[in-house]
Ligand binder design. Structure first.
Ligand code: FES
Ligand SMILES: [Fe+2]
Length: 391
């Protein structure tokens, strides 16, 4: 898991105006809430007073609101934190008395797009940050978006991303795709080329499947001849994968998985499905149902893959030419390792939640001092990661 990328935090529709929400991302607790103008804020969840959870349970009920004057209120002793992470009021010293400078928590840049609240979880200054992925079809009237589907899975997000990049699993995992009439005499995965992603932070490939003709009951009146189906995928940063499926030259799905690594063993996928055919909203429900069914087929397989994380070396698996998109993704991860953005999970797991709380460092850590919550431990580069594994 890596800092310094945009992560989906919560669906827009799940973040109300009157209640904060606690969310775990990258192994660390966060709180999301809305200011009075509706702008979403995302902060580190651990209160610097004595460890209360800013988004946690609230026993006082409606008599004591959770959000006051654009601040989230700690449910333990009522300290009020603004969207900038600074404590504005400490009731025990009197409302309006200036809190000490150390009374602050990390606050993360946020953007709300595609029906999702995203936060930049890291400390890079704005000019150095990878931008949030631009979904270019989103505002194009020729395309229609399904509402965001949330999928909770019990495996590591990198395994999930690799599964989306895998052109050799469809015939075995997805009977819904209609490929099961595979011919053993001629079958193989065609060669494909991997390129760098056009938005600069990952890899991309398109690949031609042998596919039967489209079935009218699945695809409406838009029928094509038997033959080839083009599909491909690309990554953006460590946690976003886009899949293009072109059942015919004029028909396209664009499927975006914005993945939220909850921790090492759990992932929440925010799935945005775009299409340029069957634009009538009446097709949204059946498309959702079909996507859920396909996702379940993947989840059933992936829940048993072992080890749960990808091995540190490709020599621990027997990779084939069809796996080269996966190798390209791992090469991008190595770049992120060498930027120093990988979380040191061994150190984190050794100390987290016992006598130590960690926070993802926010951009303000570059310009101000006196942070009470310790910054999450990071691995300096890929070599250090290898050394720590063998020692
Ligand atoms: S622990 Fe948050 S106000 Fe005391
Ligand atoms: Fe799949």
């Amino acid at each position: 898991m890596y800092i310094n990328f945009w992560y989906p935090i919560i669906r827009s529709e799940d973040l109300s105006m009157d209640k904060p929400e606690k969310v775990k991302v990258l192994g660390v607790n966060l709180v999301a809430f809305r200011s009075e103008d509706g702008t979403a804020a995302v902060l580190s969840d651990t209160c610097v007073h004595r460890g209360g959870s800013l988004g946690g349970a609230w026993s006082a009920g409606p008599a004591v609101p959770r959000l006051v004057n654009n601040c989230v209120v700690c449910p333990y002793h009522g300290w009020e934190f603004g969207a900038d992470g600074e404590c504005k009021n400490i009731p025990s010293i009197g409302y309006g008395t200036k809190p000490p400078a150390r009374a602050k928590v990390d606050a993360y840049p946020t953007e709300e797009r595609y029906g999702i609240v995203f936060a930049f979880l890291g400390d890079l200054p704005e000019e150095e940050r990878p931008p949030l992925l631009n979904v270019e079809e989103y505002d194009d009237p020729k395309w229609r978006a399904n509402s965001v589907l949330v999928l909770d899975i019990d495996y590591y997000y990198e395994r999930s991303i690799e599964n989306a990049l895998d052109p050799a699993h469809n015939e075995f995992v997805h009977p819904t795709h209609g490929f099961t009439a595979m011919n053993r005499d001629t079958y193989h995965v065609r060669d494909y080329d991997v390129e760098d992603h056009m938005q600069g932070w990952g890899m991309w490939f398109m690949h031609r499947f042998e596919a039967p003709p489209l079935k009218k009951e699945n695809w409406g009146d838009t029928r094509t001849e038997a033959g080839d189906l083009w599909a491909g995928s690309g990554t953006y940063g460590p946690n976003t994968v886009a899949t293009y499926i072109n059942p015919s030259p004029d028909m396209g799905f664009r499927q975006y998985f914005f993945e939220q690594p909850v921790d090492e063993t759990r992932t929440r996928i925010f799935f945005l499905n775009m299409r340029n055919f069957m634009l009538d909203p009446k097709h949204d429900g059946p498309i959702h149902a079909r996507n859920k069914e396909i996702a379940k087929q993947d989840i059933d397989i992936m829940g048993h893959v072992y080890p749960t994380q990808t091995p540190i070396s490709n020599t621990k698996e027997v990779l084939m030419p069809a796996d080269k998109a996966i190798v390209a993704y791992r090469e991008w991860l190595e770049k992120f390792d060498n930027a120093g953005w990988r979380i040191d999970l061994e150190e984190f797991n050794r100390r987290n939640g016992k006598d130590t709380a960690f926070a993802i460092p926010s951009p303000a850590r570059r310009t101000s001092k006196n942070w009470v919550i310790e910054s999450i431990p990071l691995v300096a580069n890929r070599d250090e990661r290898k050394l720590s594994k063998v020692s």
